[in-house]
Design a protein around this ligand. Structure first.
Ligand code: GRF
Length: 209
């Protein structure tokens, strides 16, 4: 059984969706870099062990990442799932977990990497928006996209309503992608990503239009 660690910094609604999905893999532990993250309570309620590794306690990014890396090794983790984890990871850490670490980002990547995606979508006047699950590489929000949830931007949407609507999609696609990794339906190989034995040409799409 695949052992999963979920890295969080905040509310942890995606962590909750992963817990509720009864995955084939086991969530072996949850790491937070923030003591106040509600995600820690969610994990504890579900009987999942937690580790608080506060970035502020470390002299630099590398030292913080080394502490997380050691915790992941101690838990014997196969897959790292970033779920609202708000720290940039060092190149060394990303390399160590290459092909074994995924993230969810609230935009249709490659559009709107980085922060404030909902407002930027509104400012541009886009009619479609959504979220992307992708492998993590050294370049921010640039690893291969595995799945996307797509929704239509309504005329009355603001950044808050969009964030809420995107979250609903996130809670569908993230557990699905993690389950595909747990069951081997998605595989990271030396020559790329396979989905059900075929090279993945484009992210799997889930639409709520
Ligand atoms: C989500 O919007 C996700 O796309 C982004 O951070 C947010 C985390 O939300 N990476 P939550 O903590 O899972 O509720």
């Amino acid at each position: 059984m695949i052992k999963i660690a979920v890295l969080v910094s905040g509310s942890g609604s995606n962590l909750q969706a992963l817990i509720d999905a009864n995955l084939s893999g086991q969530i072996a532990g949850v790491i937070s870099n923030k003591p106040e993250a509600y995600a820690l309570e969610r994990a504890q309620k579900a009987g999942i062990q937690t580790a608080l590794i506060e970035h502020k306690q470390y002299p630099n990014r590398e030292a913080f990442d080394d502490a997380m890396h050691q915790q992941l090794l101690d838990w014997d983790v196969d897959l790292v799932v970033l779920a609202g984890f708000m720290r940039i990871l060092s190149a060394k850490f990303v390399k160590a977990w290459e092909g074994k670490m995924v993230n969810i980002h609230p935009s249709l990547l490659p559009c709107y990497k980085g922060m404030h995606t909902h407002q930027r979508v509104l400012n541009t006047g886009d009619t479609l928006h959504g979220c992307t699950v992708h492998y993590v590489t050294a370049e921010l929000d640039a690893g291969q996209a595995l799945a996307q949830g797509v929704l239509k931007v309504n005329p009355h949407d603001n950044a808050e309503t969009l964030a809420n609507r995107v979250h609903v999609l996130e809670h569908v696609i993230y557990p699905q992608v993690v389950e595909w990794i747990c069951t081997g339906a998605i595989q990271h190989t030396a020559r790329g990503v396979d989905y059900r034995g075929q090279p993945l040409q484009a992210p799997v799409q889930f639409c709520k239009l």
